[in-house]
Design a binder for this molecule. Structure first.
Ligand SMILES: [Zn+2]
Length: 91
């Protein structure tokens, strides 16, 4: 009888430990997935075209420049400088 009671208690503790570990790991994984998904959706939200070289850049990575009231986006500072210096690019 005492052996059974000890075994039962041991099993209950073991089950609880597994349950707690499982919950902790599951929660951690879910949070990590949500975070990466959120970042991806923000990154891929909007693509803008560089008018100088024609490359598509995501809006948060693009370099903005204002010209004649319009905002343009560029893949690099080189492209932006080229665009701002060269009036023929503004079509
Ligand atoms: Zn460019």
């Amino acid at each position: 009888m005492t052996f059974l009671a000890i075994m039962l208690r041991f099993l209950i503790i073991l089950f609880l430990l597994i349950y707690i570990l499982y919950r902790l790991l599951w929660k951690d994984n879910r949070n990590r997935n949500q975070r990466t998904k959120g970042q991806k959706s923000i990154r891929n939200e909007e693509m803008v075209k560089d008018p100088v070289c024609g490359t598509y850049v995501s809006l948060d990575l693009a370099i903005p420049a204002k010209k004649e009231g319009r905002t343009y986006h560029f893949c690099s500072k080189e492209c932006r400088n080229k665009f701002l210096k060269d009036p023929t690019q503004d079509a």
